[in-house]
Design a protein around this ligand. Structure first.
Ligand SMILES: [Zn+2]
Length: 89
């Protein structure tokens, strides 16, 4: 049973992987687990379909997102903020 748990994931995790995959941040094994979950779960399959439809729409609309440099700047800022918060506790 424990072995199955490595491959079979619940809906919550499938949704999380789906969101990550959307931003191309999911690892190979996460995508694999996600696909296996879709085989057995209809509602997650529907979620994935509407999720990718939305992404295609956004791409088609040519909505601009932050550059990698901007993202890195935000990341560093957030990291500094969380460190500061952690030290204050
Ligand atoms: Zn599911």
């Amino acid at each position: 049973m424990k072995k199955n748990r490595l491959i079979l994931i619940d809906c919550k995790e499938a949704a999380r992987f789906c969101d990550k995959a959307q931003y191309r941040e999911a690892t190979f094994s996460e995508r694999l687990k996600m696909r296996l979950h879709y085989l057995i779960c209809v509602s997650c399959r529907k979620y994935q379909t509407s999720n990718s439809r939305l992404t295609k729409l956004i791409e088609k609309a040519g909505i601009q997102t932050c550059t990698e440099e901007e993202k890195e700047g935000y990341r560093q800022k957030m990291h500094a903020e969380s460190l500061r918060h952690f030290k204050e506790q």
